[in-house]
Write a protein that binds this ligand. Structure first.
Ligand code: ADP
Ligand code: MG
Length: 227
């Protein structure tokens, strides 16, 4: 599925340069469940951006099912992202003027799904995360936990191959955190997708098939034989 070879990412700002990723080699198989951990500034979010084709490496290859995302045209990269990759961010990233259902539907627009089917699939996805009663609510009318569930529904409604989550509970209080982790764990089991999540949640880390630690742009990978 994923094959990363010699991936580096260097950010240059004025005369300062940061080596966010410093030669990453990593293979991620279909249905693999990775938890990424490490100190702040270690390169976790940068790695997820490379996996998701949200940004390009400075050097190296990011191959997803035989396609190198690093050199793909912008148009084709956008297509790969909208078809195959679901994202969940710490800050939810919902559109404030759209209802829960409309937010979820936005993921299906670039795929050319017709309006009636979009509405039906969005409703179904929201039901699966326990928000069947909240279809017409705006983000501002929902709690943080509910907003993150909308974001999870939006990520999964297109039935992606890959789900990437970057500290999805980072902005939530403790009780909501457990609730979102339960939803993610259920999705992770039910959908059989490849799942890469940055989290400090140790319960989830124990259930990962592999644990990736990033420090100063370098990774170590631990197989979790008990998962
Ligand atoms: P983490 O998610 O592990 O906290 P990041 O991947 O966000 O780490 O950042 C890795 C390093 O790259 C940090 O030193 C950070 O300051 C730097 N960095 C991240 N994004 C940018 C950017 N857009 N411009 C400049 N530096 C950045
Ligand atoms: Mg980060």
């Amino acid at each position: 599925m994923y094959e990363l070879r010699g991936v580096t990412k260097r950010y240059v700002r004025g005369k300062d340069a940061v080596q966010a990723l410093d030669g990453i080699d990593l293979t991620i198989g279909d249905g693999d469940r990775l938890v990424v951990q490490g100190p702040t500034g270690g390169g976790k979010s940068t790695l997820l951006q490379m996996l998701g084709g949200l940004d390009r490496p400075t050097s190296g290859e990011v191959v997803l099912d035989g396609i190198d995302l690093a050199i793909l045209s912008e148009a084709r990269l956008t297509r790969v992202r909208s078809e195959h990759i679901g994202f969940v961010f710490q800050s939810f990233n919902l559109i404030p003027t759209l209802t829960a259902q409309e937010n979820v539907e936005t993921a299906l627009v670039p795929l050319g799904v017709r309006a009636a089917e979009r509405r039906a699939r969005a409703a179904e996805a929201l039901e699966s995360v326990g928000l069947g009663e909240r279809l017409t609510h705006l983000p501002g009318e929902m709690s943080g936990g509910q907003q993150q569930r909308v974001a999870i529904a939006r990520a999964l409604v297109k039935r992606p191959k890959v789900l990437l989550a970057d500290e999805p509970t980072g902005n939530l209080d403790e009780s909501t955190r457990d609730e979102i982790m339960d939803v993610l764990e259920r999705m992770w089991k039910e959908h059989g997708l490849t799942f890469v999540m940055v989290t400090h949640d140790s319960a989830l880390a124990r259930k990962a098939s592999r644990l990736v630690t990033i420090r100063q742009g370098r990774i170590t990978v631990e197989e979790n034989t008990g998962a």
